[in-house]
Design a protein around this ligand. Sequence first.
Ligand code: ASP
Ligand code: MG
Length: 468
Amino acid sequence: MVVMKFGGTSVADQSAIERLIAIVRAQRQAEAQQEGGDARGRILVVSALSKVTDRLLGIAANAGAGDIEGARNNLRELRQRHTTVSSVIGDAVPREKVIEFLDREFDELERVVQALGVLREVSPRWLDAIAASGEILSSRIVAAALSSHGLRAEWVDARRAVVTDAEHTAAAPQFPETTSSLMAHVDPPLATGRIAVLGGFVGATREGVTTTLGRGGSDYSAAIIGACLGASEIQIWTDVDGMLTADPRLVPNPHVVPHLSFAEASELAYFGAKVLHPATIQPAVARNIPVRILNSHRPHARGTLITGERPPSGRPLTAIASKTEVSIVSITSTRMLMAHGFLRRLFEVFERWKTAVDVITTSEVTVSVTVDDRRRLPAIVEALSEFAEVDAEHDMAIVCVVGEGLQNDPHLIGQVLQSVGEVEIRLVSQAASRRNVTFVIREADLAHALGRLHQQFFAPEPAPAGFA
Ligand code: ASP
Ligand code: MG
């Protein structure tokens, strides 16, 4: 059984939903041919139409500020957009039913924002109730659209299927309960060869109060559902070809990484690769379910496969991630010499000012760290200055080179650092896992350094046959 997740841009409008239908149809046909009979059921998890969650949160903010008129106007536009998109449902009767459903939902939302606008307060619980409607509506439309195009589908209300705690706006799934409610609500359509369609991002507490899993939570929903039901594969359909070997804004010819280990994907995401947040697919990886990133505009492109382990690729490095607008803070103290407790004292300052550090290097007397959030830096520098000499430098960039090859070839790190040429390298760090090497350079040198690095280790595009 396969779980297919379609992001906001893959359900943005009628033509996007038509592309989705074509993709599902092609997979069903291929499967039916393979099995010599009917295709088995599959599960679709969909995001809200693109930008709708932002709009709904904006409407909640309007209400919270007492701007009921603004909230109403924005709701009217959203109602119009969803009604227009519903024209993708070919048959009149189901289309009318969906439009009635939309109207009921939007009438309800209007009553809610009216009430909240009077109170001028939106609690996290109401924020979730409002934000969740994006996925409830999109999934309902997609389910009817599939059926009207001859692909028998059934809408499953995610609020009945995904059970969470009551941590509104960042709810955590309760796996045992979710497994049993999925079996109750998703198994029946699957057993009769239908497609179960659910909204991502949304769940409900045991008591039935609507929750959401946090922004971008539809990938998480797909992973939770796939893990609970033991899916054979999870497909994340988006609007890019997969994870790239480098940022296309900085490197002229990056290519798609065909296969990543979950650990590699996590390192890359941490330093800027935005396609997918690996934490969200963790439930799937923990159960050894392969996750594939695919492009709904180019369904035949091979995409990127992420698995717990991966076979060697024949290339020493897998990908490069980078992050700009970074500052280096260097803390020097002769008291550090042979002293214990110094690092604790130092990191307490960052903790007190709730600032995360990324790269850390230490020598006997100097500790250097990078931070990407400069807002509290003046206060941090002042606090550190009480016991050390502090120096802050801005406009730096982190380069993170990832590759399982770093584990086996002790010379590789040297080659990586040499490849950037004349560029001054400020900090270097390699984790004990030796899966990545991270270094910090001036932002002004970034494009040049990445270009050279990419040229040496990634170009030209390899033949697909070179990959297992
Ligand atoms: N619609 C939600 C968001 O924009 C969830 C998602 O699309 O993954 O955050
Ligand atoms: Mg998304």
